[in-house]
Design a protein around this ligand. Sequence first.
Ligand SMILES: [Zn+2]
Length: 80
Amino acid sequence: MPKERLVCVVCGRKFPRGQGVILVIGGKEYSFHSKVCALKFVRRLLEELGEAASTAAEGVVREFAEELKVREEARKKKIV
Ligand SMILES: [Zn+2]
């Protein structure tokens, strides 16, 4: 069975499923042939979102900080 071909939303390049980056937003799949194209899309998306994006970004930064702390704690416990 031939592999499904996806089309990059940003540059239009075709690539097989399993390569590139897939983002699922609101249940819809968006495909990008590379991380660079995915990042370009996300940057534009954040511009469109404006104020809502800055609030969400703060929340995500906090989540990552929390995860980092948990990992640090786990590492410390292993050393001791
Ligand atoms: Zn692309």
